[in-house]
Design a protein around this ligand. Structure first.
Ligand code: 4NP
Length: 156
């Protein structure tokens, strides 16, 4: 199994949106037997909570389910468990480095790093901006390119 973990600060807005959208893309590409998807937050504050209503609503508009999804905090073992850890912004990257510096095979990059000539390097936090549409558009582009990269990396 190829394992992908999306990470943001709270694990209620951006990374669960990416998780749900990427899982849908994996299904559309008939790769559900090869790729698994999860998400986690740097912080613990929302542990056990469902995605933010803003994330839920925009995904509902696109008929993407968030059923059963709950927030969790990143853990040390995630670096061993996952093949790709995909951060939403530079602060997440720095925080991840603070949690664990030494690791072997996991690729840790920002989502927008997968997009050639991306308009933004970071996915802005809609918890503060309120702009879930912007996040949806960026995450969609990011996930499409991430899937392309995984297909290339694994000859899928
Ligand atoms: P997220 O947004 O990182 O996209 O899930 C946030 C959600 C909650 C908080 C910060 C960011 N918070 O500070 O509680």
């Amino acid at each position: 199994m190829i394992k992908v973990l999306f990470v943001c600060l709270g694990n209620i807005c951006r990374s669960p949106m990416a998780e749900a959208m990427f899982r849908e893309m994996v299904k559309e590409n008939d790769l559900q037997g090869k790729i698994t998807v999860d998400s986690a937050g740097i912080g613990h504050w929302h542990q056990g909570q469902p995605p933010h209503v803003g994330t839920q609503n925009i995904l509902k508009d696109h008929v993407i389910s968030t059923k059963g999804m709950t927030a969790r905090q990143v853990k040390y073992e995630d670096w061993d468990e996952f093949d790709y850890i995909v951060a939403m912004d530079e602060q997440n990257m720095q925080d991840l480095t603070g949690i664990r510096k030494e690791f072997n095979n996991v690729r840790i990059q920002r989502l927008m790093d997968y997009v050639p000539n991306a308009t933004k390097e970071n996915v802005p936090d809609p918890y503060y901006t309120g702009n879930f549409q912007e996040v949806y558009d960026l995450v969609k582009a990011g996930c499409e390119h991430l899937l392309q990269q995984i297909k290339e990396d694994y000859n899928l």
